[in-house]
Write a protein that binds this ligand. Structure first.
Ligand SMILES: Nc1ncnc2c1ncn2[C@@H]1O[C@H](COP(=O)(O)OP(=O)(O)OP(=O)(O)O)[C@@H](O)[C@H]1O
Ligand SMILES: [Mg+2]
Length: 237
């Protein structure tokens, strides 16, 4: 069954065509990477899928249900969870309070103590989030999304700005997630992408340039051109 279908999504900001006829279809349990240069429209696409931004045209389906006009809250209740490109935490509150709020908002069926123990964070529960290291804060952001027991998880650059060790930890967390959770991940780190993704969608200038397995995407000359920045267009991070 398709977990997510994005059909002919267009998004204009004024005269700027940020997304043009983007269609993406993701199977339940799939790990799908969305890659593309800065400004390609990746975050905008996640904002439209999660309902934060309204599309200019096109439709979104979650498990076959049309959600195009539903609020972010209602989409979350249908099982859509996400993390943000920039930390989105209540930094003056403790880890436990952050998790409590995330679970409360979405009426999560999970037990807070079991959940934090499972992720090895129970002993860190009373620490204010702002006192945690940057890497830990990004981990917490992933935990907040997981605390809502999502069926589809949108991860926007979860390893951005991390040290190799922190990156390894996040990657391990993501790789360890049950296949009942469908994952879409925006990521600039190709090692992470090739390590994780079943399929890759390449977005370029607001359009889907190609969609295939990592091996095929890696071999595409056009992708290499953009990836290596040999076209003079803006490159990757
Ligand atoms: N609210 C907005 N108003 C106007 N333009 C916007 C808005 N949000 C995004 N844009 C523009 O849309 C384009 C795509 O932005 P988006 O953030 O989706 O790119 P991205 O692929 O996520 O890039 P990055 O890899 O740098 O995160 C950019 O040109 C950006 O300036
Ligand atoms: Mg982005």
């Amino acid at each position: 069954m398709k977990a997510l279908e994005v059909k002919n999504i267009c998004k204009n900001f004024g005269g700027l065509k940020v997304l043009q006829n983007v269609s993406i279809s993701v199977e339940t349990g799939e790990r799908r990477a969305i890659i593309g240069p800065n400004g390609a429209g990746k975050t905008t696409l996640f904002n439209i899928i999660s309902g934060i931004t309204t599309a200019s045209s096109g439709e979104i389906f979650i498990f076959g249900k049309k959600v195009t006009t539903l609020s972010p809250y209602h989409r979350a209740r249908l099982g859509l969870g996400r993390t943000f490109q920039k930390n989105n935490l209540f930094s003056d509150m403790s880890l436990l309070e952050n998790i409590y709020l995330a679970m409360r908002i979405n009426k999560s069926p999970l037990n807070m103590q079991d959940f934090l123990q499972q992720w090895g964070m129970w002993n860190r529960r009373n620490i204010k989030v702002k006192k945690l290291s940057y890497g830990e804060q990004r981990q917490v952001e992933l935990l907040l999304a997981l605390a809502q027991a999502p069926k589809i998880l949108l991860l926007d650059e979860p390893t951005a700005g991390m040290s190799p060790v922190e990156k390894g930890l996040i990657l391990q967390m993501i790789k360890g997630l049950d296949r009942s959770i469908t994952i879409l991940i925006i990521e600039h780190d190709m090692e992470v992408v090739f390590n994780l993704a079943d399929r890759i969608t390449v977005l370029h200038l607001g359009q889907v340039l190609c969609e295939a397995t990592p091996e095929i995407v890696k071999a595409k000359p056009r992708v290499q051109e953009i990836y290596l920045g040999t076209t003079g267009e803006e490159g990757w991070h």
